[in-house]
Design a protein around this ligand. Structure first.
Ligand code: PGA
Length: 248
């Protein structure tokens, strides 16, 4: 059985004021029936980790592929871990777009994260043009092959399927389209890593997940949780998403 995971990606949002959301979340979900992960901006990581206690795991939103060195502005996987993180999001489409990260970069970062003892949350997803050209599965297949390192386990890797055109737009694919991609990812993982890793790895859906659409998304086969952006910023939105996942 795969334990479900509700992951929040705060992106470049949040200051100390937002710690109140962590307090509200832990008060509302003292013994959650699913794993909860919050990935705040790096400046908040240690404070969120302290505030979150045992009920909520924390993660970074990116890391450098090197362990240390002359890389102004960057953060290593070991630094994230030192700040309390157990996870790191890698290859988010905003990183791929804003910072030109390609599959090889994501793979190198994932290796660094895993070496440091973190779980890599590796993101894949197609653009609207790619979906309209019926290239979605080919694009996802290529990103999986290129971005996931060899030798991963179901403990140190999570996959997030995030159609780029659904992120922050309020649009989501049909439930059939989500199911098609998640089934495809499951099969690709089983083929490459064998049935053990393939069947136990969690596959999250991300892109405009809200309290109003969570129940439907979580009923789709091979959806093991969500990576939530905007709706993870407030406990009053993220809380009902967690509850929907607990009830799925
Ligand atoms: P969104 O972002 O929920 O705001 O669409 C999802 C993500 O980018 O992880």
């Amino acid at each position: 059985m795969r334990r479900k995971l509700a992951a929040g990606n705060w992106k470049m949002n949040g200051t100390g004021d937002n710690l109140a959301q962590i307090a509200a979340l832990t008060a509302a979900h003292p013994a959650p029936g699913v794993d909860i992960l919050i990935c705040p901006p790096a400046t908040l990581l240690s404070r969120v980790s302290d505030a979150a206690g045992n009920a909520i795991a924390t993660g970074g939103q990116d890391c450098h592929a090197a362990g240390s060195g002359a890389h102004t502005g960057d953060i290593s996987a070991a630094m994230l871990k030192d700040a309390g993180a157990t996870h790191v999001i890698l290859g988010h489409s905003e990183r791929r777009e804003d910072h030109g990260e390609n599959d090889q970069d994501v793979r190198d970062k994932a290796n660094a994260a895993i070496d440091a003892g973190l779980t890599a949350v590796i993101c894949v997803g197609e653009s609207l043009a790619e979906r309209e050209a019926a290239n979605t599965l080919a694009i996802i297949g290529g990103q999986l092959a290129g971005s996931i390192p060899d030798g991963v386990t179901a403990q140190n890797m999570v996959i997030a399927y995030e159609p780029i055109w659904a992120i922050g737009t309020g649009k989501i694919p049909t439930l059939d389209q989500i199911g098609e991609v998640h089934d495809f990812i499951r099969t690709a993982l089983e083929k490459r890593f064998g049935p053990g890793v393939g069947r136990s790895t969690r596959i999250l859906y991300g892109g405009s997940v809200k309290p109003s659409n969570a129940e439907g998304i979580f009923a789709v086969s091979n959806v093991d949780g969500a990576l939530v952006g905007g709706a993870s910023l407030k406990a009053e939105d993220f809380g009902p998403i967690i509850t929907a996942l607990e009830n799925a």
